[in-house]
Design a protein around this ligand. Structure first.
Ligand SMILES: [Zn+2]
Length: 556
């Protein structure tokens, strides 16, 4: 019997007294619901009729509650592709292995279930910068969260763990090496754990690009918990071998396995083949068309970054540089300069970008060939986070292949890992020479089906279009922008910058360009109306709403 309720599908299953369910199709029904993100529970309401022995209720968790929480804590009115299935499954207590790229809205997939379930959610994360960034955002959104890592003093750590053991936080971030320490175990076994989430789960696998031994003890940690919580594993690396390793190492039980959100329709991909001499000219030509747009140029070595940076700054470009050879304060200054727009260009090695969220990067250029498609797509994906058109240009030079082989052979990794790296490099090279749709090639590599040609990459776009593409995209952006009162926009922008300075944060963390545009168009007159603006969370509306409303009121 199927009963449809608003936003809730409920299926009642009855057990006939004469035919036990093991004989029939019941297990199949259960499996179907389980695999489609559903859950089941024993109904408290038993229906008193003669032929029913017991009733299970199969249901999809109520999506309207999920949407409401999404709006309340994160300010979004709808889920992005792929998010809802994961949120449903984790909320219902089912394990998940989700393959999704950085920037596809991964954190919401576990943060939302964490807020809807009882207890503390543990997030295992490899990078201190990522943890700090996430925790800061959660706190801004009114969620009690903390991180426990080596950036804290011993005293701070102890205090944080004490607080956590008292259930003071909803979400706690920690590095994998931290899990098995006595103090952390004490905390983890003294409070109910709502979820365990593993970020960058591919670090578990020897076959992945970032193997990290600490990840291999996560399974042991899980086994020490009084009750095994649902486990969500997230990664952007999806080769079948790595996926299998994750499933096995974590012993996920009947997990929902999804690959989603890899497509970024607003990104235009293009590969150019140049000689070493041509490359610099090509880069300058490209930059000359970009005027003040923000962009990142990735180089493979520190030396290449330094050289290019000197050449470009000497020619008057507002460029910052970033690599691991610079001091911490030099790196911070460079990053802040780029975030606030003082420098429009960031020239960097792959050390730059983790945890950096600048939404209006209009182009990412790979000046050298990356080691693999995983790094390429992650770095290129830092363009166009705001959803507006952006370009990802890859320069291919034969000599880079030799450099990359050299880097792999001298990485000090074991032979098996080197072989895996070489295989990934050969996939990277193949991508540079493919005649077919670049987007489809990328998405297939990450296990996402994409049938057609995209019409919006270096292989698909008609030749004439390609040459003048930058101009075309700029025109398109202008045409698509809705008509807003520019004076109001500037005034709101000024307010945003004042607030940002007051809180020492980048301006877009107060409100994005898209939010300002919506404020101009919708002109809310009270907090309730303000709260309906996409991207405006309850916490932000409460913190900054009055300032924005004052500006808008002065204009109406
Ligand atoms: Zn294409």
């Amino acid at each position: 019997m199927v009963e449809l309720q608003p936003s809730k599908l409920v299926v009642w299953v009855r057990f006939p007294s004469s035919a036990p369910y093991s004989a029939g199709s019941l297990p199949a029904v259960f499996l179907f619901y389980f695999f489609s993100g559903g859950a089941f529970e024993l109904s408290k309401k038993r229906r008193k009729t003669n032929d029913k022995k017991g009733i299970f209720r199969l249901f999809y968790p109520d999506d309207s509650a999920l949407c409401e929480a999404l709006q309340r804590y994160f300010g979004h009115s709808s889920f992005r592709p792929g998010q809802l299935d994961i949120v449903r499954a984790l909320t219902a207590g089912r394990d998940v292995l989700a393959v999704m790229p950085t920037g596809a809205g991964k954190s919401i997939c576990y943060q939302l279930p964490a807020l809807l379930r009882e207890g503390v959610c543990l997030v295992v994360s490899p990078l201190i910068a990522l943890m700090q960034d996430q925790v800061q955002r959660l706190i801004q959104n009114g969620v009690r969260a903390a991180y426990i890592n080596s950036a804290l003093t011993e005293n701070q750590c102890r205090k944080a763990l004490q607080n956590a053991a008292q259930g003071m936080y909803r979400i706690v971030y920690a590095a994998p090496e931290r899990l098995m320490t006595p103090s952390f175990l004490h905390f983890a076994t003294s409070v109910p754990i709502s979820l365990v989430c593993i970020d960058e789960a591919h670090c578990i696998s020897h076959w992945g690009p970032d193997f990290r031994p600490g990840y291999q003890r996560i399974a042991e940690f899980l086994s020490l918990l009084p009750q095994r919580p649902p486990v969500g594993a997230f990664t952007a690396t999806a080769t079948p071998r790595v996926r299998e390793d994750i499933l096995q190492s974590l012993q996920l039980s009947q997990p929902l396995v999804t690959t989603s959100g890899f497509d970024r329709p607003n990104l235009f991909f293009e590969v150019h083949q140049y000689s070493r001499e041509e490359k610099l000219q090509a880069l300058k030509l490209y930059l000359s068309q970009k005027s003040s747009a923000s962009g990142i140029v990735y180089c493979s070595t520190r030396k290449a970054v330094d050289e290019l940076w000197m050449l470009l700054t000497a020619e008057g470009y507002r460029a910052a540089r970033y690599h691991a050879g610079l001091s911490l304060s030099e790196r911070q200054t460079a990053q802040e300069g780029f975030l606030c727009g003082q420098a429009s260009l960031m020239i960097a090695t792959n050390a730059f970008g983790m945890g950096v969220d600048k939404p209006d990067v209009r182009f990412v250029i790979h000046y050298n060939l990356p080691l693999d498609l995983e790094s390429y797509y992650q770095e290129a994906g830092r363009a166009g986070r705001d959803g507006l058109p952006a370009e990802c240009i890859l320069f291919y030079t034969q000599s880079d292949v030799r450099t990359n082989h050299f880097l792999i052979e001298n990485s000090g990794a074991e032979t098996a890992q080197q072989d895996a790296q070489k295989k990934r490099l050969s996939d990277m090279i193949q991508f540079c020479f493919t005649q077919s749709c670049l987007r489809r090639t990328l998405l297939r590599y990450f296990g996402e089906a994409y049938g057609r040609s995209c019409g919006h990459c270096g292989s698909c776009a008609p030749r004439a279009q390609r040459a003048s593409l930058s101009r075309m995209l700029a025109k398109e952006t202008r045409q698509k922008s809705p008509v807003v009162d520019s004076r109001l926009w500037c005034e709101l922008d000024r307010t945003r910058k004042l607030l940002a300075r007051r809180e020492s944060r980048p301006a877009f963390a107060i409100a994005s360009d898209a939010v300002l545009t919506q404020l101009c168009l919708q002109r809310p007159s009270c907090l309730r109306e303000l709260y309906r603006i996409p991207g405006m969370t309850q916490t932000k509306a409460e913190a900054y709403g009055k300032d924005f409303l004052k500006v808008i009121a002065a204009f109406s």
